[in-house]
Design a protein around this ligand. Structure first.
Ligand SMILES: Cc1cc2nc3c(=O)[nH]c(=O)nc-3n(C[C@H](O)[C@H](O)[C@H](O)COP(=O)(O)OP(=O)(O)OC[C@H]3O[C@@H](n4cnc5c(N)ncnc54)[C@H](O)[C@@H]3O)c2cc1C
Length: 455
């Protein structure tokens, strides 16, 4: 598909110099963290809502594909412009419009970086709960479109639980606001939750009203090491079955621990598995919370449980946890990183099943992640072409096992291109048919992020 001169002229009229058509300059906007790549024909950089609305309308008549892009950190190919067309990079719509402490909300443009927002909110004594590890370099728009989250989701939820309203433009060029400015609302269908996690296939988000949470005044971090993964995952279920909700409950298997020790040395225990358990709240209440979490963490297979003495000890644990993802790339530049999720009580079975699959296909699999949500990053690590082929062959078995355990394909990364073809196994056929009809309502010509999410 080549862009006609009249279409390019129309884009020039909307964007002036904020339009790029040189293939070399467009290249950088054709890939994402999935390491997939396709060449867009043009990239535009809106600075306001009206430009996005004009852009969608301009693309609609000639049916030019339009891919919204934050910072391209997603892992599923969700921003790769497989049909070429126009990439709309929201990076210049990066204003924090308002922080309203009285009403516990912030209004932001989609290109604001998650980390920048957290810094700004911190000065007001608040935070926005979604905390992907990529926080310093991913956008709120990208977070919303993927329903991103991180360790805090176990207590505070993901984007869906922390967003009050949105402003957006559908694929038909209709501009709309949805949701509320209040912390309650019972009026009509919840289009806000529908757009969150839609991966830019229904509408381009141009503004978000986010629900804020007061920052806790105190935090305690525990490291509980276990003889094996079965003991650790059984402890996760015990922790989640008692009333004190941890604000993080992270799991690392033995292989992940070996890598973490390479990063942080003896600060990481030499064990069969590790849980990082965090509690937050008022300083006065924290000791009771820690006691309850420790009691639940104790059980068969526990080797050691200790509380970080200070923030620097806690930070060492978290730095090792954060280093895992990049460390795996050094073992396998082509690592396949899934983020499956199962009910917490089924975690022991999931990990056992993953070990069987690793043995059957003879490929290393390293597991770690947000165990409190049952959300495990399953990393298949092929080191050569033969292992890569075996890893690809193992994937359907991983997904089938997850679904058989009552889980689903993704807890936070989304579907994109990478998992699109597995969706039929994960969704009720009637629900999938409804999703297709919703897509047709929002984007009748299929111009928004084509080829993503829906098989
Ligand atoms: C090192 C690393 C660590 C990570 N850790 C986590 C983690 O802990 N948790 C987690 O959930 N994810 C994690 N991710 C994945 C990724 O950072 C998140 O999915 C993030 O939300 C993507 O934001 P982005 O700005 O890069 O969006 P992009 O990758 O640019 O876009 C992602 C999707 O959002 C759509 N989109 C972007 N902006 C808009 C908009 N304004 N309107 C409509 N659609 C839009 C795109 O079309 C695409 O479908 C990690 C990634 C990396 C590289």
């Amino acid at each position: 598909m080549l862009l006609s001169n009249s279409f390019t002229g129309e884009l020039r009229g909307i964007f002036g110099d904020a339009l790029v058509t040189d293939p070399a300059e467009c290249l950088a906007y054709g890939y994402d963290n999935s390491r997939r790549q396709a060449q867009p024909h043009a990239v535009v950089f809106p600075t306001e809502h009206a430009q996005v609305a004009a852009l969608v309308r301009a693309c609609r008549a000639p049916r030019i594909s339009l891919v919204a892009r934050g910072r391209g950190t997603n892992t599923t190919g969700a921003t790769v412009p497989v049909d070429g067309g126009v990439v709309v990079s929201l990076e210049r719509m990066n204003r924090i419009v308002k922080i309203d402490a009285d009403n516990r909300l912030a209004i932001v443009e989609p290109g604001v970086l998650n980390g920048d927002l957290q810094t700004a909110l911190g000065a007001h004594g608040f935070f926005w709960p979604p905390d992907p590890t990529s926080s310093p370099y991913c956008t709120i728009g990208g977070n919303l479109a993927c329903n991103a989250a991180g360790p805090r989701a176990v207590k505070y939820g993901s984007c869906r639980e922390n967003t009050l309203g949105l402003r957006a433009v559908t694929g038909a060029g209709e501009e709309f606001r949805c949701g509320v400015n209040t912390t309650k609302g019972a009026v009509g269908y919840d289009l806000t939750r529908l757009l969150i996690g839609a991966e830019g296939t229904l509408a381009v988000i141009t503004e978000a009203t986010l629900k804020l949470t007061p920052k806790p005044t105190a935090k305690a971090t525990l490291a509980a090491s276990y003889a094996d993964v079965a003991a650790a995952t059984a402890a996760v279920a015990r922790i989640m079955a008692q009333p004190v909700v941890p604000c993080a409950l992270e799991f690392m298997d033995d292989e992940a621990l070996r890598l973490a020790r390479a990063h942080a040395g003896d600060a990481i225990p030499n064990a069969g598995a590790l849980l990082i358990v965090e509690a937050d709240g008022d300083a006065a209440d924290l000791p009771r919370a820690v006691e309850a979490l420790c009691a639940a963490a104790r059980g068969a297979g526990l080797l050691d449980i200790r509380t970080a003495k200070n923030t620097s000890e806690a930070e060492t644990l978290w730095a090792a946890r954060r280093a895992l993802s990049p460390a795996l790339r050094t073992i396998s530049p082509d690592k396949i990183n899934e983020d499956v999720v199962v009910p917490v009580s089924r975690l022991p079975e999931l990990i056992a099943r993953l070990r069987e699959i690793a043995a059957k296909y003879s490929i290393p699999i390293v597991n770690f992640g947000h165990a409190g949500n049952g959300n495990i990053h399953v990393n298949l690590l092929p080191r050569d072409a033969a292992e890569h082929a075996r890893a690809e062959a193992a994937l359907p078995e991983v997904f089938r096992s997850v679904i058989a355990l009552g889980g689903t394909l993704s807890g936070e990364h989304g579907i994109g291109l990478a998992k699109r073809d597995y969706l039929v196994d994960a969704l009720d056929p009637n629900a999938l048919a409804l999703m297709r009809r919703i897509k047709a309502q929002f984007d009748p010509d299929g111009i928004l992020n084509p080829g993503k999410l829906l098989p």
